[in-house]
Ligand binder design. Structure first.
Ligand code: ATP
Ligand code: MN
Ligand code: MN
Length: 302
């Protein structure tokens, strides 16, 4: 009896099997994005997004009534949670809290069903809780900083990372700034990765005190870019590549190629509405090399 060949991997991955209740519920009224629209956006991006959100603790910004309603940041599982969302137990946590995880596309659809309008993973996977597999430098422009200076800052961070033998990738945050992300072989532990990123931020701030600051003192931020290295500590999160943001216009955190950065006009340029056209128009995934470009952190000298 001839057997039906299994469906292609991507077709399987893209199939949505979780039934959405109230698919027409509006999540972003200004952009006209519904629950179903969000599910379709994520289903299309699933193959690219999965490695950044599967099997790692996730913090969620949940907005049960959509972007304009009440919101809360959630790090632990909850009663009545969608069955495709899984509990993850932090081996170092003595309080016995259960963190939020997903294993598959159904899990992501469970997050959509739960009105998680932002997905913020840890920088480590559950395969190795103590050793981050990415370093994130979060560039936060203060009031009055021209966008071109945010681009310059990303390039300066990239250069320092390259000097240390790391490969850097850049994405919009979907908010105000950029995130420069270096994939790591999970070798160094949290303390070392944090010390390295702190040193990197402080070195850049010492070189260009007119442009950068490395400490979170709001009063001194006007006109400068905060090099927020504190995404790199145990339990800290940063928004996932391709995650939507609960902000006006349904912006997303969009991975970019370095050679297109100069043409980007702002952090919220890419949205649920225009992401599909952008991705279709690109020949390749700008972060295609991310997982092959993992290097161990050699030292904490920056
Ligand atoms: P922007 O470009 O506007 O700075 P961003 O995502 O980088 O966007 P930040 O304010 O710089 O925003 O970073 C805040 C980070 O802190 C988030 O990425 C999130 O993962 C984390 N975070 C921790 N606690 C919270 C909270 N209660 N609410 C929102 N974010 C939180
Ligand atoms: Mn930021
Ligand atoms: Mn920040």
């Amino acid at each position: 009896v001839p057997q039906t060949p299994p469906p292609a991997r991507s077709a399987t991955e893209r199939k949505r099997t979780v039934a959405l209740t109230h698919p027409d519920r509006v999540y972003w009224p200004d952009a006209g994005v519904t629950k179903e629209g969000l599910a379709d956006y994520y289903a299309a991006l699933w193959p690219r997004m999965a490695p950044f959100i599967v099997d790692r603790p996730l913090a969620l910004l949940r907005c049960p009534e959509g972007m304009t309603g009440p919101r809360f940041f959630q790090k632990n599982v909850w009663k009545g949670m969608n069955a495709h969302i899984r509990a993850l137990d932090d081996p170092a946590d003595e309080a016995g809290d259960h963190l939020i995880g997903i294993h598959d596309l159904d899990g992501l659809m469970g997050l959509v069903q739960s009105a998680a309008l932002e997905i913020h993973p840890w920088g480590a996977s559950c395969r190795d809780w103590e050793r981050p597999d990415q370093l994130v430098m979060d560039l936060d422009p203060g009031d009055g900083v021209p966008w071109e200076q945010v681009i310059d800052a990303a390039q300066a961070v990239r250069a320092r990372l390259q000097t240390s033998g790391l490969t850097a990738f850049v994405k919009t945050s979907g908010g105000k700034g950029l995130h420069v992300v270096a994939p790591l072989k999970p070798v160094a532990e949290w303390e070392a990765v944090k010390a390295f990123s702190k040193n990197l931020a402080q070195t850049l701030a010492a070189d260009r005190p007119d442009r950068f600051i490395a400490t979170i003192t709001k009063s001194k931020r006007r006109g400068k870019i905060l090099l927020d290295y504190l995404r790199n500590q145990r339990g800290a999160t940063s928004v996932a590549p391709y995650s939507t943001r609960a902000r006006a216009g349904a912006p997303v955190s969009m991975p970019l190629a370095w050679d297109e950065l100069g043409a980007i006009t702002g952090s919220a340029q890419f949205t649920v509405g225009n992401a599909a056209a952008r991705i279709a128009s690109l020949r390749t995934d700008p972060w295609e090399e991310f997982h092959a470009a993992r290097h161990p952190l050699a030292s904490a000298t920056g």
